[in-house]
Design a protein around this ligand. Structure first.
Ligand code: ASP
Ligand code: MG
Length: 422
C-alpha cells in the first residue's frame, strides 16, 4: 500500500466522458489499496476563456478579482470528479484551497505556496475517502483566493504530495512521458524511463513544456518522486505502480534505474530567443555592468552573453540573448542608456534558436561539446553563440536550421530509437 497523488491536466478533464475515464483510473488505484489524493486542472481551454472575460470586463484588471474568476475552472472540475467518483461507488469529496488550507502569499495571479496544513486531508485519505483538490490555487494571507500562475496545477500537485508525504506524485497528461526530444521533430525520439530533477529543470526551461518549471524545483527541494504518464490508456492498462511513464528523481535513485548510462539525456530547442549585438562598446571596467544593470532592473532575463576580445582603440562588441517577447523593450532600454554605455550601434536578430543538449553524464565525460560542434559543422550549421552549465551545452543558430540541428544531434549522441517502432 502506498499514498499517492494523481494529477490530471486539462485535456484529461475536458468533458463528462473524459472525467469518467479519469474517475475509473482513480478508482482502480484506490482498489489496489492506495490512499489517493487527486489534483485537477480546469477543462482544456477553460482558463484561457476565463482570462479573456477578465480582459473584456476591465483591461486593467485587479489581480485579486482575476483570481476569483480564473480559480473557478478548477473548482468545477474538482466537484465534477468527486460526483463522478461517487457515481462509481467510491467515497470522495472535494477540498477547495481554503478548506485544506493551502496557504499562499498575496501575489495574486502569481502566488507562491507557503504552508499546507494536511492533517485533515491525511485523516480523510486514511479513512478511505478520495480527496479531490482543485489545482492552481490557495488562500492568500489576505484571506482571498489566490492563483499560482499559468500551468500552476503541477505545482499544486507536488506541494500536496510533499505535505501528505506521498510515495509518488503521478502527473497524468496527454503524452506518455518525457522524450529524448520533441517526437514531432524526430520520429525516432525515445521515451525516457527516468530523468533527474536537474535534467528536467534544464529540459523544461529550454522549451520542452511537459511540466511547469516551478513544480520541478519544488519536487527537487522537497524530494518528491514525480512520474509523468498518459491518462489516455485502456481500462486494463498497467497501474502507475508499474512505472509506465517517465520518473523524475534524484541522481542517486536514477543510478539504480538506468542500466545503460547515456551521455546525453535529451535535446531541446527554443525558438523564443532573440540576439542583440552592441558594437564598439568601450573596453573598460563597468561597461558590461552598465548594459546589464538596466535590463536586470526591468526584469529582462539575459541568457547567453559573449564579449569579444577588444579591437584596437579599446573597443569591443557585446552579444547576448533575451526572450523574443522582451526584444522591443530591450532595444528601448539600451537606446535610453546609450550615453552611459557608450556603444555605437544595436543589431538585433529574432530569427535565432537555442539548441541545448542536457545530461548528467556530462559531469564525468570529456568531449561532449566537441561532438556537438563537429556534428553541426559537418552539416554547415553556423554557431553564433555558446553557453554551458555543468549538465548543459547550448548553441545559438539560425532559426530555420532548428529541426535539422535537433535531428543530427539526436543521431550524433546515439539517441535514435533502434527498435524500429518509429
Ligand atoms: N488551468 C490553469 C492553466 O491553464 C492551471 C493548470 O492547468 O495548470 O494555466
Ligand atoms: Mg499543464
Amino acid at each position: 500500500m502506498a499514498r499517492i497523488v494523481m494529477k490530471f491536466g486539462g485535456t484529461s478533464m475536458a468533458g463528462t466522458e473524459r472525467i469518467r475515464r479519469v474517475a475509473n483510473l482513480v478508482r482502480r488505484h484506490q482498489a489496489a489499496g492506495h490512499e489517493v489524493a487527486v489534483v485537477v486542472s480546469a477543462m482544456a481551454g477553460e482558463t484561457d476563456r476565463l482570462v479573456n472575460f477578465c480582459r473584456e470586463a476591465n483591461p486593467l484588471y485587479d489581480p485579486a478579482e482575476y483570481d476569483v474568476v480564473v480559480a473557478s475552472g478548477e473548482q468545477v472540475t474538482a466537484g465534477l470528479l468527486a460526483l463522478t467518483l461517487q457515481a462509481l461507488g467510491c467515497k470522495a469529496r472535494s477540498w477547495l484551497g481554503w478548506q485544506i488550507p493551502i496557504h499562499t502569499d498575496n501575489a495574486h495571479a502569481k502566488a507562491r505556496i507557503g504552508e499546507i496544513d494536511a492533517d485533515e486531508l491525511i485523516a480523510s485519505m486514511q479513512a478511505g475517502e478520495i480527496a479531490v483538490i482543485p489545482g492552481f490555487q490557495g488562500i492568500g494571507d489576505d484571506g482571498r483566493v489566490a492563483t499560482l500562475g499559468r500551468g500552476g496545477s503541477d505545482t499544486s500537485a507536488v506541494a500536496i504530495a510533499a505535505a501528505v508525504g506521498a510515495d509518488r506524485c503521478d502527473i497524468y497528461t496527454d503524452v506518455d512521458g518525457v522524450y529524448t526530444t520533441d517526437p514531432r521533430i524526430v520520429a525516432k525520439a525515445r521515451k525516457l524511463k527516468a530523468v533527474t530533477f536537474e535534467e528536467m529543470l534544464e529540459l523544461a526551461s529550454v522549451g520542452s513544456k511537459v511540466l511547469q518549471t516551478r513544480s520541478v524545483s519544488l519536487a527537487m527541494k522537497e524530494g518528491v518522486r514525480v512520474q509523468v504518464l498518459s491518462s489516455f490508456v485502456d481500462d486494463d492498462a498497467p497501474l502507475a505502480d508499474e512505472l509506465p511513464g517517465t520518473l523524475i528523481v534524484s541522481d542517486e535513485e536514477l543510478e539504480g534505474i538506468e542500466m545503460e548510462s547515456q551521455l546525453i539525456t535529451g535535446i531541446a530547442a527554443d525558438k523564443n530567443e532573440a540576439k542583440v549585438i552592441l558594437t564598439r562598446v568601450p573596453d573598460r571596467p563597468g561597461a558590461v555592468a552598465s548594459i546589464f544593470g538596466p535590463l536586470a532592473a526591468a526584469n529582462i532575463n539575459v541568457d547567453m552573453i559573449i564579449q569579444n576580445v577588444g579591437r584596437e582603440k579599446g573597443e569591443t562588441d557585446v552579444t547576448f540573448t533575451v526572450p523574443s517577447a522582451d526584444l522591443v523593450r530591450t532595444q528601448a532600454l539600451l537606446e535610453e542608456h546609450k550615453e552611459t554605455i557608450g556603444f555605437n550601434r544595436i543589431i538585433t536578430d529574432a530569427k535565432v534558436a537555442k539548441i541545448s543538449i542536457v545530461g548528467v553524464g556530462m559531469r564525468s565525460h570529456a568531449g561532449i561539446a566537441a561532438t556537438m560542434f563537429k556534428a553541426m559543422a559537418d552539416r554547415g550549421i553556423n554557431i553564433q553563440a555558446i553557453s554551458t552549465s555543468e549538465i548543459k551545452v547550448s548553441v545559438l543558430i539560425d532559426e530555420d536550421e532548428t529541426e535539422l540541428a535537433v535531428r543530427i544531434l539526436h543521431t550524433a549522441y546515439e539517441l535514435d530509437d533502434a527498435s524500429g517502432a518509429a
